[in-house]
Design a protein around this ligand. Sequence first.
Ligand SMILES: [Zn+2]
Length: 202
Amino acid sequence: MIGYLWKNICTADYIQDGSLKSYKNKYKMVIFLVNLDDPVIKGYLINLVGEEGFKVVANMPEGEVTDEKIAQATGVLLNIVRRTLFILYENRLAIYRRERDTDSGWLTYLWQLDLSNLNNQLELESKKLLKNLKTKLEFENDKIFYVCEKQDGRFLFETAAELEFKCPICGGELKYQENEPVIKALKQRINQLEETISSASV
Ligand SMILES: [Zn+2]
């Protein structure tokens, strides 16, 4: 599944028949393709707009369209389409243009996906996650942990000492936990993420 990204390549104005015209929305080209099957991209979008919202993104008609037309084309309920468009807009992944109907005077909103910002958003998310993982790693390196044998909880040494090394839930003994496996897993995840981020920004 491929989402096409359209972008105006020429927005310069020109004069025709004595009046000012615009190339805007006339000339378009595909600037790059987003693979919506990519688990990272798909996961990010589903997390953002939900499964139904993802259907909207995946089946969005080309060019500028009204929310009603999107609902028809995607088979997604109109209120979900509207919610999805709003979230996409907030995350700079969709744009709209207002057009006033010359007869009725009603304003029409014409929507278009603009996923060109998607990679930036993903990179920001990854960096946030990386920061969290590094904080966790620091915490794991600095602290000593005790656990209940029945997996009721994991406690810092200070807390376990206050509890006299007795589990507050089952009353069983709290035992020292070797947290090297946790540290190893965190380091691995951090390395993977750093690789992804550095390859993405090339
Ligand atoms: Zn316990």
